[in-house]
Design a protein around this ligand. Structure first.
Ligand SMILES: Cc1cc2nc3c(=O)[nH]c(=O)nc-3n(C[C@H](O)[C@H](O)[C@H](O)COP(=O)(O)OP(=O)(O)OC[C@H]3O[C@@H](n4cnc5c(N)ncnc54)[C@H](O)[C@@H]3O)c2cc1C
Length: 420
């Protein structure tokens, strides 16, 4: 019940936060009359809480940042990656003849069940950076060597089920276009290639101080949004200390103690011709120990069709086996080549008419999906005294929708605080 109530609160905030009317904006800066001196001083401090740092330009951070900016705050975003997107990134590969290939090597699409998120996605569709991917989907069974209907329900992870018959949405021209657009909204300043290595709460100044990997100061901020669990947890693939020490936040620390991650390998393939023997543009595999899904990236709206580009996803078990042998450190080229060969050979087993690709590259996602949700009711974690929000798919559900809902909830914490 509480969860339902919060869902509707988040949903109704979604609209108000994204489309603040002048009236809403006014509310942010106009103190209400008849408040005590203590209340007034707290409120003044909150109203001044206008410079917010958002760590992570994935979808949760981007939605949060653009919402905060629309509500009058000045937002600086930091991401260790070369560009926005996180697990909705688009990979650009240049091949020998100077040809450029693009792959959505993380999330291939997303589906929506939440009405508030649907409103947002409709607005993104109208603005032209999201569209429905209206292709035929199915399944392939190695036991019968036949294509069949798409499963009405499939398991994306062991605890999350999604109907494959739902409308599928993609960013245009790449999955990262949504984050790219939101990170560049007025009031948001994104900084890429910056790993935030240390964040400190300066008690005497009431400010957050951020420092990068080289010890360079990144600035002081009134509020902080951490949009990935590695920011608050030791992330085994890097072995690096997490930037935010949660010892002064014992309640949050308990919730964030253990967030298991589900790994995947993605294989990017480019073919010189259409795969005419494959009757669908996306399909799941049955009876394969290696492959779970395949998607024809170049069949998505707004993509180049000069080459036929596909992305294959490994099974969780295959990825776990490889990682248990090789460790979680950055995979070597030799290892990625072996994985690419294994996944490709499995794909070519579908049919002898499938041509050989002219481009193959494997990518490892050590933490493709979180295997738990730490804030199903609240949708994000929040410390009001230090203006710290923690958001991301690991708070709600391991998908784009969960990350959007969490990013919106994190922004709502700051804006609601300003309205008290
Ligand atoms: C292979 C794969 C398939 C998927 N399939 C689907 C699907 O079909 N449908 C679906 O809805 N979802 C799918 N997902 C899941 C979906 O991509 C995620 O749920 C969603 O993108 C998570 O967004 P996020 O903002 O929570 O996290 P992220 O996208 O991970 O963003 C976090 C960002 O924080 C940055 N960061 C972390 N630490 C630091 C630091 N110290 N300093 C600076 N930056 C930092 C990271 O670089 C990253 O960009 C898939 C994911 C993968 C990998």
């Amino acid at each position: 019940m509480e969860s339902l109530l919060l869902n509707s609160v988040v949903s109704s905030h979604l609209h108000r936060l994204f489309y603040p009317t002048p009236h809403h904006t006014k509310q942010l800066i106009k103190p209400k009359p008849f408040i005590s001196a203590a209340q007034f001083s707290t409120q003044n401090q909150q109203i001044m809480a206008k410079r917010i740092a958002v760590i992570g330009c994935g979808i949760s951070g981007s939605v949060c940042a653009s919402t905060l900016a629309k509500n009058g705050m000045s937002v600086t975003m930091f991401d260790q990656g070369r560009g926005p997107g996180g697990r909705m990134s688009q990979r650009r590969e240049m091949i020998e003849d100077g040809k450029e290939l693009m792959f959505d090597h993380g999330a291939p699409f997303f589906t929506i069940t939440d009405n508030g998120v649907m409103d947002l996605v409709r607005e993104w569709e109208q603005r032209g950076f999201v569209a429905e991917w209206k292709e035929k989907f199915g399944s392939f069974d190695y036991a019968t060597a036949k294509f069949g209907e798409a499963d009405s329900v499939f398991h994306l992870t062991h605890f999350f089920m999604e109907e494959s018959t739902r409308k599928k949405y993609v960013g245009i021209p790449g999955m990262n276009s949504i984050c790219k657009t939101l990170c560049n909204e007025p009031g948001v300043e994104p900084k890429f290639g910056v790993t935030v290595a240390n964040v400190q709460w300066l008690e005497e100044k009431n400010l957050w101080s951020l420092i990068d990997l080289n010890g360079q100061a990144l600035g002081h901020f009134d509020g902080l949004v951490a949009s990935h669990n590695s920011i608050v947890n030791l992330w085994p693939s890097t072995g690096r200390k997490s930037p935010l020490d949660l010892t002064s936040f014992p309640e949050l620390a308990v919730k964030l103690e253990n967030i298991p991650a589900i790994p995947r390998f993605a294989l990017m393939l480019a073919f010189p011709e259409h795969l005419s023997s494959i009757p669908v543009k996306g399909f799941s595999f049955k009876n394969s120990e290696v492959l779970s899904w395949a998607y024809c990236d170049s069949s998505k709206p707004g993509r180049s069709t000069r080459s036929e580009c596909w992305v294959l996803h490994s099974t969780e078990d295959y990825a776990r086996t490889i990682i248990s042998q090789a460790g979680l450190q950055k995979p070597s080229n030799v290892l990625l080549t072996e994985v690419a060969e294994k996944m490709l050979n499995e794909f070519l087993r579908i049919d002898s008419h499938v041509p050989k690709p002219f481009f193959t590259r494997a990518h490892r996602w050590g933490g493709a999906f979180p295997a738990t949700a730490v804030a199903e009711d609240e949708k994000c974690l929040w410390d009001a005294s230090k203006k710290l929000a923690i958001c991301g798919d690991f708070c709600v559900s391991p998908n784009v929708q969960g990350a959007v809902v969490s990013g919106v909830a994190a922004a709502a914490k700051f804006t609601l605080m300003s309205r008290v």
